[in-house]
Ligand binder design. Structure first.
Ligand SMILES: Cc1cc2nc3c(=O)[nH]c(=O)nc-3n(C[C@H](O)[C@H](O)[C@H](O)COP(=O)(O)OP(=O)(O)OC[C@H]3O[C@@H](n4cnc5c(N)ncnc54)[C@H](O)[C@@H]3O)c2cc1C
Length: 382
């Protein structure tokens, strides 16, 4: 078994680490305080090829492998998790469906500008009445006169409303299957389509500089050709999208957990009490050691899930495990990082306060911790 990263993976990780240090970390506090979407930063990331990492060069991507993409997500999220989630949602949820299921025309029209970083794209699965139960979609699309007529709503959709956003791909019920369940199809809705309304950004506890919005569709019409793959394949497609997305979210959580350890270690070495640095106290050392151990384990879990994915082997179980363990590791790391900072950890001038607020959603987005446990239990045969 060889855990060595190859030259390209190391280079991508180093580029992203450097970019996070130089460009992201210095403005992370301001992004959190203002909640402004970081256009300049995202454009720079696009120019570096970071918004199209896992897509072939012929479609405007960087032609990197999936693990390289996850390494990039880890490093960017170590700089700031709002920026990390913007990159992750754009790549895993926005662009990947076009790459996996789009026809050649759709790849040229939609994937290329996304992979080149000229546009962002969103994926709208969650609805006011259909969250964890994503098959319970209520948004409906009826095919009439060569157009899909869409009515319904989506909520909590990342990247849906930025000035750079080209549109959203949504799940909609397009009929009833022979087994009586909903027939779900993924439909492409470009921004500006009449009847498609993008709501105001939510006020959030963390991930503040990422764009999250409610969407509504009222007699919204798109051409019949605006579906991904075959009619009725929507459920199968988004399960596939979520498997890979969960590995990327695990990487994002590892990046955030590592940032917690970085700050806690630095602070423990600087802060003196009882005449010595608090890092000399075993109680503090054990917290740091546990953080380091759990982060390494979470990292290995997403490496393995990414590797399985790249080998074309089944990896649903490992993706759920990596997402679940990494997000809970990040939560524990954020908690301990604040504890090691004492009262200063509660003050916004220290990054750990921001990390603590931002980490919670890692246990919710792209499937809650309960949903990950349900996936794992189902695969156990329960
Ligand atoms: C900042 C942010 C960004 C997001 N971005 C996107 C996006 O880009 N696209 C998108 O489609 N969605 C997005 N989401 C939505 C996210 O995926 C959902 O919030 C998540 O799947 C949970 O759905 P819900 O919020 O409706 O919670 P619910 O499903 O209502 O769950 C509430 C609670 O009940 C538990 N629960 C539900 N069912 C069960 C069960 N069967 N057994 C045990 N417990 C259960 C859940 O685990 C949770 O604890 C985003 C969410 C946030 C907060």
């Amino acid at each position: 078994m060889d855990f060595t990263l190859n030259e390209e993976q190391n280079a991508i990780r180093a580029t992203c680490r450097d970019f996070a240090e130089q460009e992201i970390k210095p403005i992370a506090e301001e992004l959190d305080a203002t909640g402004k979407f970081p256009y300049e930063l995202i454009q720079k990331m696009g120019a570096l090829g970071l918004l199209g990492l896992p897509f072939p060069e012929e479609y405007g991507g960087a032609g990197a492998d999936f693990l390289s993409y996850c390494l990039a997500i880890e490093e960017i999220s170590r700089g700031d998790v709002s920026v990390g989630i913007t990159m992750e949602a754009h790549t895993s949820l926005g662009a990947t469906p076009f790459y996996l299921f789009g026809n050649e025309k759709q790849k040229r029209c939609y994937l290329e500008p996304l992979a080149r970083g000229e546009q962002l794209w969103a994926f709208g699965l969650t609805e006011p009445e259909a969250g964890s139960d994503s098959g319970g979609t209520q948004t409906r699309a009826i095919l009439e006169d060569g157009h899909w007529h869409i009515n319904g709503a989506k909520n909590f959709i990342t990247n849906a409303g930025t000035d750079m956003t080209g549109g959203v791909t949504i799940t909609a019920v397009t009929g009833t299957r022979s087994d009586g369940r909903n027939e779900i199809t993924n439909i492409i809705v470009p921004k500006g389509t009449p009847g498609y309304e993008i709501g105001k950004p939510y006020k959030k506890m963390g991930w503040k500089a990422s764009d999250t919005r409610p969407l509504s569709f009222e007699d919204c019409m798109v051409p019949a050709e605006n579906i991904l793959g075959q009619r009725g394949d929507g459920f199968k497609q988004f399960m596939q999208i979520l498997d890979a997305g969960r590995v990327a979210i695990a990487a994002l959580s590892v990046g955030l957990a590592q940032a917690c350890l970085d700050e806690a270690l630095k602070y423990a070495q600087d802060r003196h009490q009882f005449g010595q640095p608090i890092s000399k106290f075993q109680a503090v050392q054990f917290k740091l050691a546990d953080m380091d151990m759990e982060i390494e384990l979470a990292r290995l879990m997403y490496y393995k899930a990414a590797w399985l994915h790249m080998q074309g082997k089944p990896y649903t179980r490992e993706a759920s495990m990596a997402k679940l363990f990494a997000s809970e590791t990040a939560k524990r790391a954020a908690d301990q990082a604040v504890q090691i900072h004492g009262g200063y950890g509660f003050m916004d001038e220290f990054p750990v306060s921001r990390y603590w607020r931002s980490v919670k959603v890692n246990e919710i987005g792209e499937g809650t911790s309960e949903v990950q446990r349900m996936v794992i239990a189902k695969l156990l045969g329960c």
